[in-house]
Write a protein that binds this ligand. Structure first.
Ligand code: MG
Length: 504
């Protein structure tokens, strides 16, 4: 990248060292999630905290800070790309300049260790074992919010870390708008004469070998255009994507022996995240423009591949012969219509990541309310299991019998991520709006029918991926779709899709 300003060039060279440390720490994080032996939790936490300590030192380096402040005070003459770099640096710097180093390092150490505690507590269904770590993580998040500063709600300071300018007020507006529409659509689907419960679609307890599931996931990822020369597919307790460097974008999935769908939808989801990172213009390498712009936009790319493609009836028709070839005894008799309904089974369920598109955002609304109340001390961490049951009943009409299916299901709180979940809801909304724009240019149905996913990826590359973090979410949505984010596109998308599947 050529810079118009030598001081900025120097600043970005220094930033590169921070990025290298961040990437090195990410490798430790990937290994923690995929490989780490149980007894090594504290050692890994120490290693990760050590790197965080070095990273914070780089941010606070007087020369770096001075350069940064000089540039920030004289932005006018910079190019569009350079201005965007400075804006992104300012967004990240908020965290490192305002929060005491001791807290940042403690947060990293605490969350690194908490992952292993959460993993075991979930396996053994013992919330009490995770509670001390969770309490500490909530407290640290409150301290971080206080240092970051906020107008009325400390939770807003945390939301902004994941999605610039997102507020709790905006979240309330979105969920208040979505909830009645989603609940009404759910009721309509369940009353449809075409509605079949899962037991009608597939009978008996069937087993799907993990090795077959892996082969299928690899096939679909390759078809999507995920570059295995710049990535890999592994297994973790909770699927995720991580950027270890520009050409090392790794995804993980999970394999459930009794359900062939989970690994496939997870692989497509994480593959969507991976494609975004792999598609950023290489001219932005090692600058604050590399990588996806926000978690909401990131999630729009993963949800698009998981839902708009992976659960698209036409794509599922394309996939049916392959599924039957892999699982002749289990699915040999299942017709296309059965496969379509199996992947688009709308019903209240307990596990967010396995939820259908209609009820998914209700799971997010639940988490948003709990997080907002926790950070504002309106509820106590020890009451979470019962509150989770209560809210699941309120939003979905069902109740988890175990904490494993309730409050312990998600990995995020062990990572320390408070304010992250709402970006999932945003991702669904962005995905629907982007899809509408895409359909003006492409015949999505035709492409799905032929399995021609490369044309779809090219559109995304051109309109979204290559820009990396050049445009902020609101600018990008306007640029791609010509409008601001509108939740109605998501509601209309669901009504049309499920209207056709269930003949509403
Ligand atoms: Mg995701």
């Amino acid at each position: 990248m050529i810079f118009s300003n030598p001081k900025l060039k120097k600043l970005i060279e220094k930033y590169r060292q921070i990025k290298l440390l961040g990437e090195t720490r990410a490798i430790l994080g990937w290994d923690l999630n995929v490989n780490l032996p149980e007894k090594a939790a504290q050692e890994r936490a120490d290693q990760s905290a050590f790197l965080t300590d070095l990273m914070v030192d780089r941010w606070l380096d007087p020369e770096f800070k001075k350069l940064f402040e000089t540039i920030v005070s004289k932005k006018e003459n910079l190019t569009k790309e350079e201005k965007a770099m400075v804006r992104n640096l300012e967004q990240s710097a908020k965290f490192y300049f305002n929060i005491p180093k001791k807290i940042i390092v403690e947060f990293d150490e605490t969350t690194s260790k908490a992952f292993m505690v959460w993993k075991k507590a979930k396996q053994e269904n013992k919330f009490a074992d995770f509670l001390p770590d969770l309490k500490k993580i909530i407290k640290l998040n409150q301290i971080i919010a206080a240092h970051l500063g906020f107008k009325t709600n400390p939770y807003d300071a945390l939301l902004d870390l994941y999605e610039p300018e997102l507020t709790s007020k905006k979240c309330v507006q979105i969920f208040d708008h979505l909830q009645p529409a989603l609940t009404a659509l759910l009721a309509k689907i369940q009353k449809s004469k075409d509605y079949r419960p899962e037991s009608d679609l597939i009978s008996g307890v069937l087993s799907y070998p993990k090795s077959d599931q892996r082969q299928l996931s690899l096939f679909v990822l390759k078809k999507m255009g995920y570059d295995f020369a710049s990535g890999r597919l592994d297994v973790s307790p909770h699927p995720f994507t991580t950027e270890l460097s520009r050409n090392d974008i790794r995804v993980t999935t999970w394999y459930h022996e009794n359900d062939f769908r989970d690994s496939l939808t997870a692989a497509m989801h994480e593959g969507g995240h991976g494609l975004y990172e792999q598609g950023v213009d290489t001219i932005y390498n090692s600058t604050p423009l590399s990588g996806g712009v926000s978690l909401g936009i990131h999630e729009s790319q993963s949800r698009f591949w998981e839902n708009q493609i992976g659960r698209n009836p036409v794509f599922l028709k394309f996939l049916t012969p392959l599924l039957q070839a892999f699982y002749p005894e289990q699915l040999g008799q299942a017709g296309e219509e059965t496969i379509i309904k199996l992947f688009n089974l709308v019903k209240p369920s307990l596990i967010r990541v396995e939820a259908d598109e209609v009820t998914y955002n209700l799971h997010i609304a639940l988490r948003f309310q709990l997080e907002n109340d926790l950070i504002n001390e309106k509820i106590k961490p020890k009451d979470l299991p019962s509150l989770w049951r209560e809210k699941t009943k309120q939003f979905l009409g069902i109740e988890p019998k175990t904490d494993r299916e309730g409050v312990l299901q998600d990995v995020h709180w062990s990572y320390g991520d408070f304010g992250y979940f709402p970006t999932y809801a945003l991702g669904n909304l962005y995905a629907a709006q982007f899809t509408r724009a895409m359909e003006k240019d492409l015949d999505l149905k035709q492409l799905c029918a032929k399995g021609e996913l490369g044309t779809i990826l090219s559109w995304q590359r051109e309109k979204i991926h290559r820009h990396g973090s050049l445009y902020w979410p609101d600018q990008l949505v306007k640029k791609v779709t010509g409008e601001e984010l509108k939740a109605d596109y998501f509601i209309e998308y669901l009504q049309k899709k499920y209207g056709e599947i269930y003949d509403l």
